[in-house]
Design a binder for this molecule. Structure first.
Ligand code: C5P
Length: 424
């Protein structure tokens, strides 16, 4: 039985931990809990103890608790340590290696992988100090999930700062424990699977490599206040950048305008238009792998207005002349010098998904195309899950329905294996 040590921090999202403990229990994962002092202001140790069916540890200097199961054993006995919600303060103390309470002492003593689920006010999350602390933790191989964009507990507050949902946490925990979704097995993952307790080998799979990723939509101005765009959320592209970072790569993410946070530990270039995206991609070369997950607008307005186009009574609406945008994937895949070793494109289709993607792979000169169905019925746009087909020179792989972060992990491990020619 896999064992998770759940460290509950002091935030309103702490109440979600009761559900998290239940969901993990249903999957046969044993959960032992540590609560910080602040966490106990949001949920009681009694409730957490009842749901986890185990004594909750709260004090470093509690003689009885230490005798029963000391903090070092708490740290050692876990297969995975999860910090949820991870407050700005707890992240800061972790980054600095504090050990002045039970939670931080355990985190310093553990050799198990650590997953943190930050949750805080958007201003605190975007503060440079927090960004710095998260980058430090990511550099120390701490896994980070979320936070998500949305409403805050405080009335009228919204932004990036909500703790990842319980379902997302469960999926990620299962992935890190090596249980669950992958068990059904796509064979190629076995090459460097985390399940076989080879975290070092796995985390180094892309060490020394530069991975370049595009993500999100582009905005093409009509005038200074209006633009043409599409519904891309950037979730898949950002998840790919985060996965590449986890596997040890240096990562450049060129992102169009999105509502989600920059992944930690990744160099992010924010752009608006397709032409800016192409320039940022060119500037980031050379790269070993380039993954084009952005939904680039096919057209832009030939001559955007310098001032706001005014509506005049009785006058016809303006006729917008459109011109074609550069195809970034094609430009990079077809370049001679400094072409990345592996160029991967995405194909979002609403019908004949695989056939369209195969044609796109040829036409654009991509090595692989990741194809998915974005018809309304598929519900992929903005969602957390994705069902993809991966087209390579060897044929088509149909991947099962996965969380976008699992698609990202699997794709990057596939890319890592390709670069080291372990497979294919
Ligand atoms: O939009 P389309 O289906 O052609 O996109 C397929 C692939 O090409 C995607 O990987 C997308 O990121 C890339 N692309 C691009 N530049 C464009 C259009 C698409 O890089 N102008």
């Amino acid at each position: 039985m896999k064992r998770v040590l759940l460290i509950i921090g002091g935030g309103i999202a702490a109440y979600k931990c009761l559900d998290l403990i239940r969901r993990l229990g249903e999957r046969g994962i044993a959960v032992r809990c540590v609560m910080t002092k602040a966490a106990q202001a949001f949920v009681t140790p009694l409730a957490v103890g009842a749901v986890s069916n185990a004594r909750v540890a709260t004090d470093l200097l509690d003689l009885e608790g230490e005798r029963e199961i000391g903090h070092i054993r708490l740290a050692r006995d876990a297969d995975l340590v999860v910090v949820a919600p991870a407050t700005a303060d707890l992240l800061a103390r972790m980054a600095q290696g504090h050990a002045d309470d039970l939670a931080t002492a355990v985190l310093l003593a553990t050799r198990a992988p650590v997953l943190v689920a930050p949750a805080m006010n958007p201003a605190m999350w975007s503060h440079r100090a927090t960004r710095r602390n998260v980058a430090l933790l990511a550099a120390d191989s701490v896994h980070v999930i979320g936070p998500n964009a949305g409403e805050m507990a405080e009335k009228g507050e919204a932004g990036v700062g909500r703790m990842a949902e319980v379902a997302e946490l469960v999926a990620r925990i299962e992935t890190l424990l090596g249980a669950g979704a992958r068990e059904g097995g796509f064979g190629f993952l076995a090459v460097s699977d985390t399940r076989t307790a080879r975290p070092a080998a796995c985390s180094l799979l892309l060490a020394g490599r530069h991975v370049l990723v595009t993500s999100g939509p582009t905005h093409e101005p009509i005038d200074p206040v209006r633009y043409i765009a599409n519904r891309s959320s950037g979730k898949q592209g950002h998840a790919i950048a985060a996965a590449a970072h986890r596997l040890g790569a240096r990562v450049t993410l060129v992102s169009g305008p999105v509502e989600i946070a920059d992944p930690a530990g990744v160099e992010v270039r924010h752009v608006e238009t397709a032409r800016e995206m192409l320039a940022a991609v060119e500037a980031a070369l050379p790269a070993d792998v380039a993954i084009f997950a952005a939904a680039v607008a096919d057209w832009r307005v030939a001559a955007p207005g310098n001032g706001k186009i005014k509506k005049a009574a009785g006058a016809p609406p303006p006729a917008l002349e459109l011109v074609e945008n550069p195809d970034i994937l094609r430009a990079i895949a077809k370049r001679g010098p400094r072409r990345p070793t592996l160029v991967i494109g995405f194909a979002a289709e609403t019908q004949d998904v695989v056939a369209q993607a195969a044609a796109k792979r040829k036409a654009k000169g991509a090595d692989w195309i990741v194809a998915n169905d974005v018809s309304e019925a598929s519900g992929v746009f903005g969602a957390d899950r994705n069902r993809v087909h991966v087209l390579t020179a060897d044929g088509v792989e149909d991947w099962p329905d996965l969380d976008k972060s699992e698609v990202a992990d699997a794709l990057l491990r596939r890319a890592g294996a390709f670069l080291s020619r372990d497979t294919v």
